[in-house]
Ligand binder design. Structure first.
Ligand code: ZN
Length: 159
């Protein structure tokens, strides 16, 4: 299952399901506060998607056929192997979760930078304590996310 929705300019009155798909795609509409993107996860089950992997560099291509040449390393189409359906399905199912992990990592880095500014500002001991703890906590979040992404890659949940 692969849902694709296009946003029409000036329109925000789409259905709940469409709102979920839009969030899955990373599209937002100002003022639309409907259900979180996590809901779409429950709707996504086994998917059929055709994926090709560059045997030279690991680049994953989506499509019926391999690309003429690898966008990353320039290897010709013959160097691409079709991923077995089960593996392709695993990759497709994991993409959204990986996107969430990547976003979480970005936010953790932003929070770390914010905490560092607070430490530098050093208004009072209580304030400094909060920023130091925030910095330590976001570091742990970042490290956990990286470990999880690594485990996804080891299990073929990446591409
Ligand atoms: Zn390549």
């Amino acid at each position: 299952m692969r849902l694709v929705v296009q946003v029409l300019p000036g329109r925000c009155d789409w259905s709940q399901e469409t709102a979920d798909v839009l969030r899955f795609q990373g599209t937002t509409c100002p003022g639309d506060t409907r259900a979180s993107p996590l809901k779409i996860l429950k709707k996504k089950e086994a998917v059929s998607v055709i994926l090709w992997r560059c045997t030279v560099c690991g680049f994953i291509h989506d499509g019926e056929n391999p690309p003429e040449k690898c966008p990353k390393c320039g290897a010709p189409a013959e160097k691409f192997e079709k991923l077995p359906e089960e593996k392709a399905s695993l990759v497709e199912r994991s993409r959204y979760s990986n996107l969430l992990h990547a976003r979480l990592l970005v936010l953790a880095n932003e929070m770390t930078a914010l905490a560092e500014k607070g430490i530098q500002d050093n208004l009072d001991p209580g304030c400094l304590d909060v920023f130091k703890k925030a910095k330590a906590a976001t570091h742990i979040i970042g490290q956990m996310v990286k470990a999880e992404i690594q485990s996804h890659m080891n299990k073929g949940k990446w591409g």
